[in-house]
Ligand binder design. Structure first.
Ligand SMILES: [Zn+2]
Length: 366
């Protein structure tokens, strides 16, 4: 019997499932799907809540529930519409996402119809072009705007026109952690959906779902104040390890130079087009972390309970500083943090902060 030829398995990196059921957002989604079932879905929604709590994932899931052949309701993820969503080929969904386009701002090119006009920057399908087409599948046409605060003024004005004259069957959903950056005329034309930060248990589950592997999930969730997105960022930038080093330095167990060297050697993903820029981003992360810790000591002094603070569990070495030394240290770190924008080496920046605010002598007695 001839042996069967085994198909060659492609080695594919395990990619996080992009269309996953978001945890902690059930209440508002259920309410709105139910409104859609009775044909009362508002045509424009603004999902508002802290950064990193999964608003974008939730918004996509909600849209999937509108487009699903078995909807409106929680999407089945197996019907034809859901399969097209998963393959990112559904013709009735448009994602407006500056980050995915490799841009910082959502410019007018993302929104306006470009009738042959030359356009720099974003070249994809704009909201105007998308909405000028009829629904391909006979249901809703859904536009999702990620991080709506990235819209510049021209973009907001262009989008406002769409909000003012919605085409039938169109649903416009924005997501933001900074609603104050949106024009009042936009805010007054949308229904605000408040998305709350998930509790610590849900945050843990989300991180596990996203494949964050660490034995320190609890510590990470606390440092991120319950925001899973923030927790992932902390993990990417090795912030927990940086904090260990900072605490060792502040308690006098590790010298300034040794601390700087250890910080520079930590694994982590830092952004920058050159190694020097990447190193500066690393220094920035460390300085931002230090500033958070110095500020947490101030919050503690102002009467907040340690449990309410991201770093409330490790502030003792910093509290050993006298008040004067502590405020001086904060000043130095703030100055150095400002200088990250200058063309100064990361090592120099870190040395200035660490050497300039050496640990209080009494902390060594602890
Ligand atoms: Zn479906």
């Amino acid at each position: 019997m001839p042996s069967k030829i085994k198909p060659v398995k492609k080695k594919t990196a395990v990619k996080r499932a992009e269309w996953t059921q978001p945890l902690g957002h059930d209440a508002w989604m259920e309410g709105l799907w139910s409104a859609a079932r009775s044909d009362h879905l508002p045509h424009a929604l603004l999902v508002q809540g802290a950064a990193g709590i999964g608003k974008f994932t939730a918004m996509k899931w909600f849209a999937a529930g509108l487009l699903c052949d078995n909807g409106p309701g929680a999407p089945c993820m197996s019907c034809g519409a859901c399969r097209r969503l998963r393959a990112n080929t559904h013709p009735d969904l448009l994602l407006v996402d500056a980050r995915a386009a490799g841009m910082d701002a959502l410019t007018v090119a993302f929104f306006a119809e470009r009738k042959g006009a030359p356009s720099g920057g974003f070249q994809g399908v704009s909201v105007g072009e998308f909405l000028s087409l009829r629904s391909a599948e006979g249901g809703y046409r859904v536009v999702l705007v990620r991080e709506a605060e990235r819209m510049n003024l021209n973009a907001q004005n262009a989008f406002l026109k769409t909000l003012e004259e919605p085409a039938p069957g169109t649903v416009l959903i924005m997501e933001t952690s900074m609603p104050a950056r949106l024009l009042e005329t936009i805010q007054s034309r949308v229904i605000v959906v408040r998305a709350a930060a998930p509790d610590a248990q849900v945050a843990r589950a989300i991180l596990e779902q996203q494949g964050v592997e660490t034995e320190e999930l609890d510590r990470l969730v606390r440092m991120a104040q319950g925001s899973p997105g923030r927790a992932m960022e902390l993990e990417r930038n090795s912030i927990p390890a940086m904090r260990d080093l900072l605490i060792e330095w502040a308690s006098g167990q590790r010298g300034a130079i040794a601390t700087r060297m250890a910080v520079m050697e930590l694994k982590g993903k830092f952004t920058g087009k050159t190694p020097a820029a990447e190193a500066r981003d690393r220094a920035r992360c460390f300085l931002d972390l230090g500033l958070e810790l110095w500020r947490d000591t101030g919050r503690l002094g102002a009467g907040l309970h340690p449990d309410q603070l991201a770093h409330g569990d490790c502030l003792n070495p910093l509290l050993a500083y006298s008040d004067t030394d502590r405020s001086q240290a904060l000043q130095i770190w703030m100055q150095v943090r400002q200088d990250v924008g200058l063309n100064i080496g990361a090592e120099t920046l870190l040395d200035r902060a660490l050497l300039g605010s050496s640990p209080a002598p009494q902390s060594k007695k602890r």
